[in-house]
Design a protein around this ligand. Sequence first.
Ligand SMILES: [Zn+2]
Length: 327
Amino acid sequence: MLAEAGGVAAEGNLPRVVYLGGLGRSGTTLLERLLGELPGVCSAGEVVHLWQRGIADAERCGCGEPLPGCPFWRKVGEVAFGGWANVDVRRIAELRSAVDRSRHIPVLAAPVLYPSLRRGLDEYLGYYLRIYTAIAEASGCPVVVDSSKHASLAFCLRWRAELDLRVIHVVRDSRAVAFSWTRQVNRPESASDPYMPTYSPARAAWLWNAQNGALQLLAREGVPTLRVRYEDLVTAPSATLASIGRFAGIAASGADLDFMGTDASGRWANLSAAHTASGNPMRFATGKIIIRSDDRWRTAMPAAQRRSVTALTLPLLARYGYAGHAA
Ligand SMILES: [Zn+2]
């Protein structure tokens, strides 16, 4: 627990945190929405972007309200910090830059940290632990899902042994991921930054190797990790959620899964509004959504790009069971 002046809440009883890791465009937003429908689970979105995009830039919560004005997040801010006005977003950005970067992963993976990094890390994690605790209190849920995705934040979180951290390593075929990153995607929550970035196929392949390799290293370091393939999630969502439930101690069987079903139009899920901070535009979807595999890359991806991404990512493609589809 942190001793804090100024009436700021201590970390309190930490919830279990289910962290969704993986490269963007791998289905983490769909997975977090489905997990958020399970009893006792609060999906909070990409908490790493809460500070700048949610608090400072007042981008929209998944419920549609500007995040600082959303009743749920207002309560979280009150519980965690006595109000968002007490949060120094610039300081959090400084700390993130000092400790939570992909290039710091080799240092964060070491058994001992040098003292200045340890101090920065403890201060940085203090914000996260207070936020997780406040999300659990405001939602009444003992399990918080953080879909921040970046391996580096998971490497930071592992340094707080008292945190019950379970990582879901979400993988998707590298060709599908690379194809998706070449395409423009709107960010409807932001007027000043209306599109997500795009990457060349080679850049996306490099990022895919780096993120997935880092998450495998995290598992080898002893952090409880379950690998989930996007393709299994969309073709067998109930079975996938049940296996995540067994791994993460979440009720996900029988009537818990009644929000999903299959009819003539395919597999569907009935989603309620979720108070998510940042993420793919799919986080705004409510009501009945169709769950289907996005396979546009198979027909629309130029053959040269496909061959290049296959070659650049072949070792992990094979490891994850995609090599049978290599082209
Ligand atoms: Zn909201």
